[in-house]
Design a protein around this ligand. Structure first.
Ligand code: 3HC
Length: 311
């Protein structure tokens, strides 16, 4: 049963009062927030890699500058979220060490390759579209620093989704080959985008507690359903076919029924056996090691400043 402190804490949560960094919180609340916020930050940083592949291959200068702006936003979201995680008493170095050692997760979606320019459209439309559906509720989550970070992130994310859909629209209104490229990208990104929302509610180990603490305001399956309902009409407008033969509008429920997710593929990617897991982690470790000289320089400079002040 709860002791008095936990009872007061839960009462604040239930009343929708934000928990701030200096407030008392159960150790498990702190731990699950560090877990989720740091993995969210890792996702933003690793998420730059698939798109980075197309910066030098963008078809026009306009598309190149938009893609660069998006990738720069993702970096900013990552740093914003690392800072939110640090308010819970963890160091940036520890969080990065956990990513580089494979101990910490990042979103499965970033372990897939980006094979054509249409993938830039599908990622903006489907991946950022899913991220928005997941992140809007997080603006109202119980932990103050995380909720506030999400408000800024969501504003920039909607630009990411719109530019992605714009790429898909251009391709679908282009030559038959361009439309086929868009269809091929939809075929490859549709199911992995639905996996972003996590395992089914029945198999979700964290959902019950995260919901009680108002970290998770909607379940994995509820947000996944919202993504399907929102996206199918957009695919129809593009003249594209969603790669799910079981997809069917259900008049009773006013939702789309859709096929079974390949949970074996999902679990495989989480275990590190996705198409690009090793390549993504290698790129992050290399970037970190290549930046060591710069970090060392910053520390040496700071220590010299300290010594000067002490004189
Ligand atoms: N990829 C990798 N791991 C996943 C996952 C996915 N798509 N979905 C679930 N998992 C992991 C969970 O992290 C958990 O493992 P852990 O306990 O070791 O952390 C396990 O699978 C069980 O899943 P649960 O549903 O029980 O876990 P959560 O309650 O944490 O729910 C979540 C998972 C919905 C991803 C939740 O953590 C969340 O909302 N995270 C914040 C948002 C986020 O990370 N979004 C994905 C990144 S997309 C992005 O930010 C980039 C964008 O700008 C393009």
């Amino acid at each position: 049963e709860m002791d008095e402190q936990e009872r007061v804490f839960q009462q604040r949560i239930d009343e929708g009062i934000k928990i701030e960094a200096k407030d008392w919180m159960p150790e498990a609340y702190r731990k699950t927030l560090i877990r989720q916020i740091s993995q969210h930050a890792h996702s933003e940083i690793v998420g730059q890699l698939p798109e980075g592949n197309w910066v030098t291959r963008a078809p026009t200068l306009k598309r190149k500058s938009i893609l660069l702006a998006k990738i720069q936003d993702e970096a900013g979201h990552g740093l914003y979220l690392y800072s939110a995680a640090e308010t819970l008493g963890v160091s940036r170095d520890q969080l990065l060490a956990d990513l580089h050692s494979g101990k910490a997760k990042y979103s499965s979606i970033f372990n897939y390759p980006t094979l054509t320019w249409a993938d830039m459209g599908a990622i903006g439309w489907l991946v950022d579209g899913s991220a928005i559906i997941n992140q809007i509720p997080l603006c109202r989550c119980s932990y103050g620093p995380y909720a506030r970070a999400m408000i800024r992130v969501c504003k920039e994310e909607s630009f990411h989704a719109r530019q992605g859909y714009d790429i898909m629209l251009s391709l679908c209104r282009g030559t038959p080959e361009q439309k086929q490229m868009a269809q091929d990208a939809l075929n490859r990104w549709w199911w992995p985008s639905l996996m972003m929302f996590g395992p089914s509610d029945a198999l979700s180990v964290n959902s019950a507690q995260s919901s009680a603490w108002r970290i998770k305001l909607f379940s994995n399956d509820e947000l996944r359903q919202k993504m399907v309902d929102q996206t199918v009409p957009q695919a129809e407008y593009l003249g594209l076919t969603v790669p799910d033969p079981d997809l069917k509008w259900n008049e009773q429920t006013q939702h789309y029924d859709f096929g079974e997710i390949d949970w074996e593929e999902f679990n495989n990617v989480l275990k590190g056996n996705g198409p690009c897991n090793r390549e993504r982690l290698r790129a992050r470790v290399k970037a970190y090691e290549d930046g060591a000289w710069f970090r060392d320089g910053l520390v040496a400079h700071a220590e010299k400043q300290e010594r000067r002040k002490a004189q």
